[in-house]
Design a protein around this ligand. Sequence first.
Ligand code: 2RA
Length: 327
Amino acid sequence: MVKVGVVGASGLVGRNIVSILEERKFPIEELRLFASAKSKDKEIFFNDKVIKIEELNEAVFESDLDLLFFAAGSDVSKKYIPELMKRGIICIDNSSNFRMREDVGLVVPEVNPEDVNLNKTLIANPNCSTIQSVVALKPIYDKFGIKRIIYSTYQAVSGSGQKGLNDLDKGRNDFYPYPIKNNVIPHIDEFLENGYTKEEMKMINETKKILHDEDLKITATTVRVPVRFGHSISINVELKSNFDLDEIKVLLSQFNGIKVVDDVKNNQYPMPIIAEKKDEVFVGRIRRDLSIENGLNLWVVADNIRKGAATNAIQIAEVILKEGVIS
Ligand code: 2RA
């Protein structure tokens, strides 16, 4: 049984971590919830009991917690995690802060569970759009090899947290630079010198790290769409060898964590409305790219708050438990 803490417990991802811990019957001896002063004493239900949120401060260093989920943004992770690591408290971090550090595993349990061992006290949870993409690509990568990937995303506003949902629901643009209602915005996170956004570079760099392949050629365009929950991604891939389309469909449907929905004659394909509140990665529109040799198109949809964040973080904790690092 494990003593667990959730940092950022009042946020969208934090609240989902709490409810999914309950749903998956994670073996919890004690659960403590932390957030900033403004959420102090808010009450959250866990296993029919009320838990009051505590203000996060340095007292957490003295706690006897075994494991802490961080879902409060980069600054909070940067401030607390290094000291917690020194004290042997395992941190699973949803921020982008430590993701590219060589000595830290960036883990999607269906894809690279062994990387939890890279660092015994810190594991990074990848970006939401990266998680669902690498789950879909892994069985194809292992069997045929991949030369090049083109990602085009259609990302839900909940990826920006409550502020994104408010902009869509209230028809305002307090958070995004333009209204998101009746619009699409080809801009997620900050623009960089190279013309890409940080979100695009995350997808590129994180995919290479998770698949352990620095030579992969990847490009990405990430776009915000007026959808509340569920990111959709068009993935165009050039494989290293020729393939049989039926074999790809079988490989995908047999892979842990994927649900193939691909029956175009009956208008069956993945959409955010079918992925919402689910943990699988939905894959459909599986077809050859007729413009190149060995080209393949996939349409990949997942709940960005669950598989893209909270569920993946808990699955990482489940791998750690299995490895016997905590018991
Ligand atoms: C987004 N990828 O959708 C981000 C959330 N981590 O904005």
